[in-house]
Design a protein around this ligand. Structure first.
Ligand code: DHE
Length: 552
């Protein structure tokens, strides 16, 4: 019965979309030669809405990536009414229901639908000189404390993104107290830490990056810069060895627009270099101006960053040992590279080529592609989950946006060559449909936790699944308590690996209905609720120790 209700919800969505598509075909017959009128003021507002809500998936130039292309040839065929329908109700393929959720009102949806039928406005470029104008050092490195100024267990701090208020809350993982709330960029996307864990880095969707010193009492922002207009990734340099000591010497920032990565001084964020990622598709060798930087990780065994160039389908290994003459190994992988993480040995990097339903794997020692492995519909691993399976040995697992499976790939070609680079096990999550964004485990845990915030079923959006590592069977399906309104999103363990933190991501003006929920990883019971008027729209949350050690 339950399944039937879920199916009927999904089916209703699909019928609605099919009706819209049929409508679109009708509209195609009377294709408009001219786009509908829009005033310069509406154009300005709609551009901003498009940048905030749509560009991430459809591209600034609207050539499509995670979402389909929205160039005027296509949008004029669809026409205003069909576009309004899609923006209001979303699609089963993962497009959010902006109208139904109340994020965009009718007027905004109408404006956006008309805007989409006009040529996209030319997005601005950014030079190093322009970037430098936004650069601020609040506390110079020589004034940073030499030892922690507080007695807190700072390696168990949790950096919690407060997405829609552009802030990060720093929470003491031992006491659950909010140690400080710091300003960051707009719709801050991820948090990472320095090799020592002492510095926290944030990157906003507006390209603003910050460094926060966790040794200060309370932790403070020491430097900031705007490296682009649209950014998603940040990391530091993590190599120390025979080739030199580069620990935290540099910071890299990855951008969607302009499509480039930038290299900065690790202590001050002073901009040092811009490298464009506009490039050629790996397979057909067509030029892509908007070849955007998706995930970035820092290698521990070479002075190198792994930079994923989304639309080109290339994984770049960027050697930063001489940034005046950086060496870049461009590895042909698969298109639509998105998020990914290391295997447990930190030699192999596994990244979702999401709209190709594959995971691309590179060997960062041999500097070559190992495999493109088909896993399921639209893999979305976050950084994935690593553990040792009793039969298959070390595995790395991902969930999917487009189906309800978790797929695990064998990652040890030496001891388990028969399982390496193959999907060796799959788990099925309860309920229809995908909508999973993140998956997490910890070496001290027997469990793998999986969220479903983008599932069309509101009950599943509020639920997480706990899988048994040994069997990959469902151990528990946990729905967050009714008093919290929002989606259960992102999972993170504390340093010891005995607690799992889950964010309840709700509406900006309703912090009283949102919280960080802390579950006991053994009993699977709710242990703490971190609720505070400052905790609004929490999304990603990152433990210092686990993140600096790449434990996931
Ligand atoms: Fe993310 C990771 C891009 C939507 C929360 N997201 C990433 C990464 C990329 C990315 C490239 C990998 C960074 C890295 O590891 O270096 N995300 C995008 C998009 O393009 C997309 C689809 C649309 C957009 O406009 O941004 C998108 N992401 C979202 C969300 O809607 C989420 C849930 C909330 C938000 O911030 O908007 C969201 N993304 C996250 C989080 C991570 C992330 C929490 C880090 C996961 C981790 O554990 O490392």
């Amino acid at each position: 019965m339950k399944n039937r209700v879920l199916l009927s919800g999904l089916f209703a969505g699909m019928v609605a979309s099919t009706v819209a598509l049929l409508g679109a075909q009708g509209a195609q017959a009377q294709q408009q030669a001219q786009p509908p009128p829009i005033t310069p003021e509406e154009m300005k507002i709609a551009s901003q809405i498009y940048f905030d809500r749509c560009a991430g998936c459809h591209g600034t130039l609207r050539k499509g990536a995670t979402g389909p292309k929205l160039t005027p040839d296509r949008t004029r065929q669809l026409g205003t009414e069909n576009l309004k329908f899609f923006i209001t109700y979303g699609t089963p393929g993962g497009m959010p229901d902006w109208g139904k959720q109340g994020i965009l009102n009718e007027k905004e949806i109408d404006m956006l639908a008309r805007f989409l039928q006009h040529d996209p406005p030319a997005p601005p470029e950014m030079s190093l000189a322009e970037m430098k104008k936004t650069w601020k050092v609040y506390i110079p490195p020589e004034k940073h404390p030499k030892k922690p100024q507080h007695n807190r267990n700072w390696q168990n701090f949790m950096g919690v993104i407060l997405r829609d208020v552009g802030k990060v809350a720093i929470i003491d993982g031992d006491t659950k107290e909010i140690v400080n709330v710091v300003d960051t960029g707009f719709a801050v996307h991820i948090v990472r830490y320095s090799a020592s864990g002492r510095y926290m880095y944030t990157i906003g969707r507006d390209g603003k990056a910050t460094i926060i010193d966790l040794w200060m009492d309370p932790p403070q922002t020491v430097a900031e810069i705007k490296a682009c207009y649209d950014g998603r990734s940040i990391d530091s340099s993590k190599y120390k060895g025979p080739k030199g000591n580069f620990l935290d010497k540099y910071i890299i920032i990855g951008c969607y627009w302009p499509p480039h990565f930038t290299i900065h001084d690790g202590a001050t964020l002073e901009p040092l270099k811009i490298v464009s990622t506009s490039s050629y598709t790996y397979d057909t060798n067509e030029f892509v101006r908007e070849a955007r930087v998706a995930s970035i990780v820092a290698s521990h065994h070479d002075p190198e960053w792994v930079v994923n160039v989304k639309e080109a389908g290339q994984i770049w290994l960027v050697d930063y040992s001489n940034i005046k003459a950086p060496k870049i190994t461009m590895i042909e992988a698969e298109r639509f590279l998105h998020d990914g993480g290391w295997d447990a040995s930190k030699r192999y990097f596994l990244v979702a080529a999401n709209f190709r339903n594959k995971v691309s794997i590179v060997d960062t020692k041999e500097k070559k592609l190992v495999a493109n492995v088909e896993t399921g519909k639209i893999p979305h691993p976050g950084r994935g989950a690593n553990f040792v399976h009793p039969t298959y040995g070390p595995v790395w697992c991902t969930g999917h946006l487009g189906d309800n499976t978790v797929a695990c790939i064998g990652t040890d070609p030496v001891k388990y060559p028969q399982y390496a680079w193959k999907v060796v096990a799959k788990a099925e999550l309860p309920g229809e449909g995908g909508g999973n964004l993140f998956i997490k485990t910890h070496p001290n845990s027997d469990n793998v936790w999986v969220d479903r915030p983008l599932n069309p079923n509101p009950k599943l959006q509020r639920s997480v699944t706990v899988l048994d590592k040994k069997t990959l069977k469902v151990k528990a399906q946990i729905e967050i308590p009714q008093e919290f309104q929002g989606r259960a999103v992102h999972l993170e363990y504390n340093k010891n690996g005995d607690e799992v933190w889950i964010a309840v991501w709700g509406k900006k003006n309703e912090p009283e209905k949102q919280a960080i929920l802390v579950y006991d990883d053994k009993t699977l019971k709710l242990k703490h609720v971190i609720k505070d008027p400052r905790i609004s729209t929490p999304t990603g949350h990152f433990n210092v120790y686990n993140t600096m050690r790449d434990l996931y």
